[in-house]
Design a protein. Structure first.
Length: 539
């Protein structure tokens, strides 16, 4: 039996990717005469080729599945490479339009909130005025460095100078999330072929982590998506310096994502880049320690890092435990309650278990531990933005695992590797009916139309002058964050105007009505009351 392996320029010499495919070849070709065909007439570069003469023989489809080389990559011309890149950016453009349209529509329909779009709008507005990131929605004149460390938001300032609107942040997030798909598609095209690359684009672009982030306003972790996507694809292809360079800015995204950067450093060490990996680990841990132990407590009004012991009155198991006790109880806390198990199963099933065959999946471990050791049920599930950074990690890990999968001794695993693209689509399909984008795609006309309630709200919001001090409910505050000094209704402040949405789910209706009565008795008069929107102004 002859085993044929085609060496192409799409596998660079002296890289981890080439080493993995060579390992697959050795496993598949044991006991057989192996011929290496150099498709483009290039001299072999890898040391494993030195004792073998390249045989100019064609790849034959007559080989049995056990000995056929699934790792073989097609030869690519410069024109094909350009076409492939155009394809990648085409997918990014399509996803950007989808994400941006969805986010802007959500905002127009009053589905965004002061938590968190209003908070980040006020932060970027403060940066644009060359000040510290402050938010009155978070707390009166609250410095956000007392809550989280996210200086990367400064990059949004030039766009905000041109378009000073909350929509600027939503469009920027759409661009960041869609940009992340480019390196993943390019890597998938190299490893799995173009048809499978399309499947990866759909599976990643519509994954529950990405959609959860889109559906819940704007968050700084959107910056982590392209950084991780580019960094991990460089890691898979053995471009070590680029992997470290893309991972280093993660320290500026959010304090706990420094631990994710440290995990990337760990993988660099495991793959032989000891000095580079240890440097990234040390820098990441040092940054995390300084921010959590010094910077945030120094700025925080209570002098603490507010998320270290975030015990609540929710009655969960960990709400009665200190942070140290949580660490010692880790095995139990990671799998109870069952919502955590459900999340782990969905994360594993997202790539049909392919990601678990790669050590790159360990990069997501810090995020999982931080969330599951918390006592807040919000962190345990699949909603909001908390699964976003796990998406590029899992898909890059799945692509990294491909050589191991196609070299497996188990036929069912090899079959999974040969049909990886279809498997990813099949894994994504069952989750589609529960994702936010479904209604937007299936009912676009309804998605763009405004209810009478939202129409009335927009009309009343226009009555509030720019620069006013405004007391508002959550969803209405996001509409005012760019042009007024707005704070939430339960914050003590000196408001010129008061606007309440009595249907806001985050604000008890009875308390809002009591608040309105109190304002009317203390110097305010009613300007409008329509469609459950109440507008007051100071006499």
């Amino acid at each position: 039996m002859n085993l044929v392996f085609v060496v192409t320029r799409s596998i660079p010499p002296h890289t981890h990717e080439r080493s993995m495919y060579l390992r697959a070849i050795r496993m598949l070709g044991r006991g057989n005469q192996t011929h290496f065909a150099n498709h483009r007439g290039l001299e072999p570069h890898h040391k494993d080729f030195e004792s073998l003469k390249p045989a100019q023989v064609p790849v034959t489809s007559s080989l049995s599945p056990r000995h056929a080389v699934a790792a073989t990559l097609p030869a690519t011309t410069d024109r094909q490479v350009s076409a492939s890149r155009l394809q990648c950016w085409g997918w990014a453009g399509a996803l950007f339009l989808l994400y941006a349209a969805f986010s802007l529509t959500q905002h127009h329909r009053l589905s965004t909130g002061g938590f968190d779009l209003g908070i980040f709008t006020q932060a970027v507005r403060s940066y644009a005025a060359l000040g510290a990131p402050r938010s009155d929605i978070k707390g009166w004149d609250f410095n956000l460095y007392g809550d989280h460390f996210h200086p990367i938001l400064v990059l949004l300032v030039p766009a905000y100078w041109v378009f000073p609107r909350p929509q600027t942040l939503l469009v920027a997030q759409a661009a960041l999330l869609s940009w992340a798909v480019v390196p993943l598609i390019c890597l998938a095209a190299k490893r799995l072929g173009k048809p499978a690359a399309h499947a990866v684009a759909v599976a990643y672009g519509l994954s529950f982590g990405v959609q959860g982030a889109l559906a819940f306003d704007f968050h700084e972790v959107a910056f982590a998506a392209p950084l991780l996507a580019y960094g991990l694809t460089a890691l898979v292809e053995g471009r070590w310096a680029q992997a470290a360079a893309w991972s280093a800015p993660l320290l500026l995204v959010k304090e706990e994502i420094s631990l994710t950067a440290a995990a990337v450093g760990m993988i660099l060490v495991l793959r032989g880049q000891r000095r580079m990996g240890l440097t990234l680990i040390a820098g990441s841990l040092l940054c995390f320690g300084l921010v959590v132990a010094y910077l945030i407590p120094t700025v925080n009004p209570q002098g603490i890092y507010p998320y270290l012991n975030n015990a609540t009155d929710g009655g969960s198991l960990s709400s009665t435990l200190t942070f140290t006790e949580r660490l010692t109880s880790m095995p139990l806390l990671l799998f109870t309650p069952t919502e955590k198990v459900t999340t782990l199963l969905l994360l594993s099933g997202l790539t049909c278990l392919l990601a678990l065959f790669s050590p790159l999946s360990l990069i997501g471990l810090p995020t999982i531990l931080i969330r599951f050791l918390s006592d807040s049920p919000t962190y345990w599930g699949t909603g909001f933005q908390y699964n976003l950074i796990l998406m590029p990690i899992l898909f890059a890990a799945a692509l990294d695992a491909h050589p191991r999968v196609i070299a497996s001794r188990y036929p069912i695993v090899r079959k999974l590797g040969r049909n990886a693209g279809a498997a990813l689509l099949c894994a994504a399909a069952p989750l589609a009916p529960w994702q936010p984008l479904q209604n937007f795609l299936l009912h676009p006309v309804d998605s763009f139309s405004l209810s009478p309630h939202a129409t009335t709200a927009h009309q009343l919001l226009k009555r509030i002058p720019d620069g006013s001090h405004v007391e508002a409910t959550n969803h209405l505050s996001a509409q005012l964050a760019h042009r007024t000094r707005v704070f939430l209704w339960d914050t003590q402040g000196n408001a010129d105007w008061v606007i309440y949405d009595l249907t806001d789910p985050s604000s008890p209706r009875a308390q809002l009505k009591d608040r309105v009565a109190n304002h009317l008795a203390n110097g305010y008069e009613l300007s409008a009351n329509s469609q459950d929107i109440v507008l007051l102004h100071r006499r």
